[in-house]
Design a protein around this ligand. Structure first.
Ligand code: ADP
Ligand code: MG
Length: 315
């Protein structure tokens, strides 16, 4: 059972302090039993090496027994009923992942086959291993913009509201230590307030982490989103992760601004998002990221990246 849990993932998660639920260490202690229980109850058989992300373990599985029919319908060629079991370290952002996937019901996103929110466990349609990191960044941004359009639905009332996050950010950034120039922290705090006092016409279900590794190739559609970290609010909030990921491809000097603005333009055009609002939300999110990264002794490069992005959004 223990080899269902990648070693590097266990090391990574062991460093997590509790965030509303259990610490990484406490969760890991129960994880072998948790996986065994889910595999038994849901009649699943592991069929390959486990994958992992920042906070979850993802086990490729085959459905055995009576539960197999729902997956068979979605399996390529209707033959091999393959799925993945995703179990996340419990934290607030993961708590409503199932609700968001249910809302999308397979349109633009991975299909949810079964969920146990109390155990942070999801049974998902199995997609390809290829993700958008393999594609030229301009093409990848066009795919992300198109997916954002497909994913635009009204949000379930239990999904956390972006307006609440923004109000918290406005308060926190104003008193944050000056890990980036004070004027950027003040600007981000002011923008967070302003963006929620002038909300868009309609609040939508948001995928707040739509970066290149959270878009997988599939058989039933060219690309599908996974791992949504849902919120309800302004779609302009969704653009930033595609700017701060793949930082090695931004170039140097004056190219950086050009590359970032080009990514922003492509996504906004494909998703029908207002560029000004997307730039403003990016400043808020990067100020937040910088404050978090500064707590980590290895986070210096991340803080510098945040400053570069905030500058490029302002110029
Ligand atoms: N439905 C799926 N089919 C195939 N691979 C998946 C699927 N869902 C996740 N994965 C793999 O597992 C990794 C982690 O999953 P993800 O949902 O992104 O969790 P995290 O929140 O930990 O980033 C992904 O980057 C991908 O490689
Ligand atoms: Mg992910």
């Amino acid at each position: 059972m223990i080899d269902l849990i990648p070693l590097h993932f266990a090391h990574h998660i062991a460093g997590f302090a509790a965030d509303g639920y259990v610490s990484g260490v406490d969760w890991l202690e129960g994880l072998p039993g948790l996986l065994r229980g889910l595999l038994d109850e849901w009649e699943l058989e592991p069929v390959g090496r486990s994958m992992s992300g920042h906070c979850s373990v993802v086990v490729p599985v085959r459905l055995v027994g009576a539960g197999r029919s729902p997956v068979e319908d979605h399996a390529p060629g209707g033959s091999t009923p393959h799925a993945v079991l995703k179990v996340s370290w419990p934290h607030p952002e993961a708590a409503t992942e199932a609700l968001a996937l249910q809302t999308w019901n397979g349109h633009g996103a991975v299909r949810l086959l079964r969920a146990d929110p109390a155990r942070f466990a999801l049974l998902l349609e199995r997609l390809d291993t290829e993700d958008l990191t393999t594609r030229p960044v301009d093409d990848a941004c066009a795919v992300i913009g198109d997916l954002l359009t497909t994913l635009r639905r009204p949000a379930h009332p239990r999904v956390p509201r972006l307006a609440d996050y923004a109000a918290r950010q406005a308060d926190e950034l104003r008193v944050a230590p000056p890990v980036i120039p004070r004027r950027y922290l003040d600007q981000a705090a002011a923008l967070a307030r302003e963006l929620v006092t002038r909300p868009p016409a309609e609040e939508r279900l948001l995928h707040t982490d739509l970066h290149y590794a959270n878009v997988l190739a599939a058989a039933r559609a060219p690309w599908l989103a996974i791992d949504p970290k849902p919120m309800a609010g302004d779609p302009a909030f969704e653009v930033a992760p595609a700017l701060w990921n793949r930082p090695d491809e931004l170039g140097t000097g004056s190219q950086v601004r050009w590359s970032l603005r080009r990514r922003l333009e492509i996504i906004c055009e494909h998703a029908g998002i207002d560029e000004g609002r997307a730039r403003a939300w990016t400043i808020v999110r990067e100020a937040d990221n910088a404050v978090d990264a500064a707590l980590d002794p290895a986070g210096r490069d991340r803080v510098s990246l945040a400053v570069m992005i905030i500058k490029a959004m302002n110029d």
